[in-house]
Design a protein. Structure first.
Length: 132
């Protein structure tokens, strides 16, 4: 792709050339993405602690911040965790205490943010497997 940036009167400010493959590869590396959640057990009871491994893919120049919010039926928040994400390919391991009064269904809501600017790369939620 060839590009040229000009002022209104036609003065050339910037021009260049880049391949489409280079643009795609750069975007794939730069875009933050939360990988699958892996729980240490198949089910949990209220009052237990759960351990969850979360993978982060991509790179941000300032790094990432991961916010996890535990929310139960009715929207009540029971946990909030903010974690600086190191620049590595290793998944993060987090331990979250479940309240003894927890009511199903319960979820972990997540946000992956740029550590410096707060730009939101991805958000979503993951159900917590509770024993009936």
């Amino acid at each position: 792709l060839r590009f040229a940036l000009r002022r209104a009167p036609g003065d050339l400010l910037l021009s260049g050339e880049v391949t489409l493959v280079a643009l795609i590869e750069q975007e794939e590396v730069a875009q933050g993405e939360v990988g699958p959640f892996q729980f240490d057990r198949g089910e949990y009871l209220p009052g237990e602690s759960l351990e969850v491994r979360v993978g982060i893919r991509g790179r941000a120049s300032a790094g990432y911040r991961l916010v996890l919010v535990g929310r139960e039926e009715g929207g009540k928040i029971f946990s909030r965790t903010e974690t600086e994400v190191p620049d590595s390919s290793e998944p993060l391991t987090l331990v979250i205490a479940l309240p003894s009064t927890l009511h199903a269904p319960a979820v972990l809501e997540y946000q992956l943010l740029d550590r410096q600017t707060g730009f939101l790369y991805q958000s979503g939620q993951q159900g917590i497997p509770l024993r009936p």
